[in-house]
Design a protein around this ligand. Sequence first.
Ligand code: GRF
Length: 375
Amino acid sequence: MLHTTASTLEEIALLREELSHKGQKLVLTNGVFDLLHVGHIRYLAEARALGDCLVVAINDDASTRSLKGPSRPIHRAENRAEMLLALRSVDRVVIFSEKHATRVIDAIRPHIYVKGGDYTPDTLVGEEKALMDKLGTEIRILSLSPGESTTATLERVTEAEKKENVATADTSQATPRIAILGSGTGSNARALLAAAAEGRLGAEVSVVVCDVPGAGILDIAEEYGVPTLVIDPKSKKRGHLSDEALQQLTDELTAIGVDLVVCAGFMRILREPLLSAFPERVLNLHPSLLPKYPGLNSAARALEAGDAETGCTVHLIDAGIDTGPILRQAHVPIFPDDTVDSLTARIHEAEHHIYPEVVADLLRSRAAATSHERA
Ligand code: GRF
């Protein structure tokens, strides 16, 4: 019969009598057996080979704590018993509550008592030794497998944890990379590049992408020593990028390892496959208080409508035009003597302020969410 749970001392005492009648030998060993390792497996196999039945007496959880300290056992006694009983070499397990096994030895009266090589006959607990001498129990000390112990196992776990922490820290400390996409003068690109250079962005600008050769944004990128990429839209349609151009752009940004795509006056519509390659990571800046005045000439339209204020909006790009989730807005007053130029200049000022802030906040909250997920 296969045992999967611990036996009582009375059951083992009966078993010992049965074995004796058959001329067979009961082998007893004891310990905590908290973290099974190959040293245990070899030791128990060797112990079993000395007789006909191996009984392992394990300390209960309270006595383990008093022997090994408050952090042990890792596995509770019932589970330790179940694991040991799953081994071919172990016939029975008993759980005992004292630090030493004297009561167990007395009850079982094993033919052979086995201990590991960290003991010598002289270092065995005195009262255990005296009792076994009296019972005529044969004492055997088995050599242990070098380097295979519970302490060594715990050290390996600690080492592995340290390595894991270093790896995690490395990833979480990696500076996020952003790509700025623009078609024009690039005053917002300048604000973002300045913020990055001053360490206010929490990111490095890895590339500036532009669809208009010779545009001012390319000079600004050069001024900041940031690589540029001039893309061919491969489409004659205004505001459009061909499927091929979109795929190329997606591939380039992916190869660079871009974390965030930041549009700053990019006059072409971004769509698949780029949006799926950077889910919720493509930002746009629009010169109005969306959902008011999406599309082109927003400042002029606000002025013509006689609005008292307008502003700018940072939003995520979705499949629509200027429809994605709004991240932040800034309000800008419209004065009676404003022209399109004066109003545009005032909107720009607000844009230069909020865009770097939103990018930094977004990257910060994403980093916090990632480290939370890891924890
Ligand atoms: C900004 O007004 C922005 O809101 C819009 O395009 C303009 C870009 O200006 N999407 P700049 O090139 O950053 O100076």
